[in-house]
Design a binder for this molecule. Structure first.
Ligand code: FAD
Length: 404
């Protein structure tokens, strides 16, 4: 049998999981190559701690090439510019054109800063915690706030989908302000496109709304739901209903869209640049192309007054990568089986850091209808989130992607 060329775009949660599992399951049958501009694996969920100095980027990142090469996977540090699925080729920035028999797209997202003017952190008004270098910038801004306290506004724009991380940042902001003994000098405000607190883009979880409202009251945080941003100015945010929110420091989560490379691959993506796949994470038209994690189109199963999207968290990212791998392995080995599980039917497994507390979320499905879903508060500390960080860094550093 001819060795199959399998190309994986991206090397974080989805890409690393896919490449390691392909190599383990298809040793001798496939040559696995990973293409990614980022030389490091970064445990993104801990980015919420970088702006407060609880973590440095170096604590939550490690070089990915040595691991890949140790496992027999080729690693090319470069950017994909475009996929040409008719020719089974990927155009790269520095390495010309790479051919593939199978392609896994795991390029994550870029942020749509155009949703409101001045949202981009480079404009110097609003902070961001998604991109590591901006997380470090937010840390510097927080040091300034400590010297000269004033109102803090945290929120998510219309069309956003990663509200969970913004909630975590908000609660950690409260915790740090209290630790610095300046909480009484800071008015803390939260706004969200969700119709109620704790919808999270998954239709909420029983008890979640009242739990989050209790946290907000306990921490003295004022909140606005069904919010959309009309204008961002220096030290002032105006919502579309006319509410004016003054700020000295603000972090606002923008909407996510597909990466430039995927936007330049129109045969594969929807209008937002997300790869359009079936329930086996296989492209609907190009059967040798798969999409996993943040790069995949997941349609929201709800309609709300203000539009917003579905969160694509780490657990379903890994599940989608493992399903894509199984389907490629099945085809290469000719088993004739094809595994399917839609995004919404993947179990909900997540921990939300709530500052001095945390909430553990479990459900049989991410989206309703569900047989069960629970939110278990840990009112003493955020140990579960810490343990998860340690576990995932241990697992990925050793290439143990077969573990849950
Ligand atoms: C602040 C924050 C907090 C979060 N907290 C949690 C949490 O607590 N729990 C949880 O489960 N999830 C959380 N998430 C979500 C989680 O981080 C994602 O689910 C996960 O990172 C998705 O993995 P991915 O591989 O699909 O994308 P990413 O992790 O974004 O990786 C994308 C990869 O693609 C590469 N790439 C980009 N462009 C190209 C290109 N042109 N060519 C080749 N490669 C490219 C990048 O270098 C990177 O290696 C959080 C997200 C954020 C932003």
């Amino acid at each position: 049998m001819k060795t199959k060329q399998i190309l994986v775009l991206g090397s974080n949660f989805g890409g690393a999981t896919a490449a390691l599992e392909l190599q383990r399951k298809l040793k001798g049958l496939a040559k696995v190559t990973v293409l990614s501009p980022n030389p490091n694996f970064t445990f993104i969920p801990s980015m919420i701690w970088v702006p407060f100095g609880r973590r440095k980027l170096s604590d939550i990142s490690f070089p990915i090439r040595p691991l890949m090469e140790k496992k027999g996977i080729q690693f090319i540090q470069d950017n994909a510019l475009q996929v040409n699925p008719e020719k089974n080729e990927v155009v790269t920035e520095k390495n010309g054109t790479l051919a593939y028999d199978y392609l896994i797209v795991s390029t994550g997202i870029q942020m749509d800063f155009n949703v409101v003017e001045n949202l981009h952190p480079e404009n110097g008004m609003i902070e961001n915690i998604v991109i590591p270098k901006y997380g470090e910038r937010a840390y510097k801004r927080f040091q300034e706030l400590k010297q000269n306290p004033g109102p803090v506004v945290v929120g998510a724009t219309q069309g956003a989908s990663c509200m969970g991380a913004a909630y975590e940042y908000l609660f950690n902001m409260d915790k740090e302000l209290r630790r610095q003994k300046i909480r009484d000098k800071v008015d803390l405000v939260w706004f969200t496109p969700e119709p109620y607190l704790g919808h999270f883009g998954i239709g909420g979880i029983t008890g979640g709304q009242s739990m989050l409202e209790a946290f907000m009251k306990m921490y003295n945080i004022k909140w606005y739901t069904n919010a959309s941003v009309a204008k961002i100015e220096k030290e002032q945010i105006t919502l579309k209903d006319g509410t004016v929110l003054p700020y000295k420091m603000s972090m606002i989560m923008p909407p996510f869209i597909g990466t430039e490379a995927m936007k330049h691959s129109p045969q594969l993506v929807d209008e937002k640049g997300f790869v359009v796949c079936n329930e086996g994470y296989q492209h609907i038209n190009y059967k040798n192309v798969y999409g996993v994690g943040l790069a995949v189109e997941v349609l929201a199963p709800f309609k709300c007054v203000v539009p917003f999207g579905v969160p694509k968290t780490g657990f379903p990212t890994e599940v989608s990568a493992k399903i894509a791998v199984k389907n490629i392995v099945n085809e290469v080995k000719g088993t004739g089986s094809f595994e399917k599980r839609s995004w919404g039917k993947i179990p909900a497994v997540c921990v939300m850091d709530a500052g001095h507390k945390e909430v553990i979320i479990f459900g049989d499905h991410l989206f309703r209808p569900r047989k069960f879903a629970v939110m278990i508060p840990n009112i003493f500390n955020d140990w579960t989130k810490l343990l998860i960080e340690k576990y995932f860094l241990f697992k990925f550093k050793r290439g143990l992607a077969m573990l849950p």
